[in-house]
Design a protein around this ligand. Structure first.
Ligand code: ZN
Ligand code: FE
Length: 257
């Protein structure tokens, strides 16, 4: 399975999953249709699936037009998103699986950003491969999604599920927010050496407009404050101990940043 990253709108990424051998493709969170159609045409691919993570328009905005061009494709989304995702046919819950290109992805129910948000995880096929996590607006490189429809404790549970995956998992999040996320992270954990190094390297990447997605989950565990509710330094900064409270305080600070 190959993965292409298509930058759209101001800071969204659409991900195209495909296999050239049998000319099939699936798309994760098509905010818009045109650049996806263009890429499919260039590669001569048939679109068989849309994997949506949640109902926001910058994730489902291209659904209708893609269905028009590929009427047989299947639209997947969270069970709780029923009625909110255009063309949705499959209603997924925690523990469900989906198939693409002979691979099986596990579905995680990760409410918090929205009440219905899901993530798709393709485990490594062979020992040497890395797994791929498509997490929408739940976990970002260096940050996490805003809590529009969920509570801090829901989001901590959701991020905890993702944090339990192997360190060498590629994290394909839906926005290029990394530099700003790491600027915030430095304000709460400035003496974290891994974070300082990551910030410098992301700053260089963004100076030449190089994408910072995907990132490795192991790096997120070391530098992303929203996965680090157990870190004594963050417990000290937030003056909290309990994970949901540490997280909630950090999220509040980021909202004001
Ligand atoms: Zn969103
Ligand atoms: Fe979004």
């Amino acid at each position: 399975m190959k993965i292409d990253r298509i930058p759209v709108l101001s800071d969204n990424y659409i991900f195209l999953l495909y296999e050239l051998e049998n000319c099939t493709a699936a798309v994760v969170d098509p905010a818009v249709a045109k650049p996806v159609l263009k890429r499919l045409e260039e590669l001569g691919l048939d679109l068989v699936a849309i994997f949506n993570t949640h109902h926001h328009s910058d994730h489902v905005g291209g659904n209708r037009e893609l269905i028009k061009y590929f009427p047989n494709l299947c639209v997947y989304g969270g069970a709780e998103d029923r009625g909110r995702i255009p063309g949705q046919q499959v209603f997924l819950k925690q523990g469900d699986t989906v198939q693409f290109a002979g691979q099986t992805a596990q579905v995680f129910f990760v409410p918090g950003h929205t009440r219905a948000h899901i993530a798709y995880y393709f485990p490594p096929i062979r020992g040497e491969d890395r797994g791929n996590l498509f997490c929408g607006d739940t976990l970002f490189a260096g940050g996490c999604g805003r809590l529009f429809e969920g509570t801090p404790s829901q989001m901590v549970d959701s991020l905890g599920k993702l944090k339990a995956l192997p360190d060498d998992t590629w994290v394909w999040c839906a926005h290029e927010y990394t530099l700003n996320n790491l600027k915030f992270a430095l304000t709460v954990e400035g003496d974290n050496l891994h974070l300082q190094q990551r910030y410098e390297s992301v700053k260089q990447d963004r100076a030449i407009k190089k994408p910072t997605v995907p990132s490795l989950l192991g790096m997120e565990k070391k530098t992303n404050p929203f996965l680090r509710w157990d870190a004594p330094s963050l417990q000290a900064v937030t003056k909290m101990q309990e994970p949901a409270r540490v997280f909630g305080r950090l999220r509040g600070m980021k909202d004001m940043f």
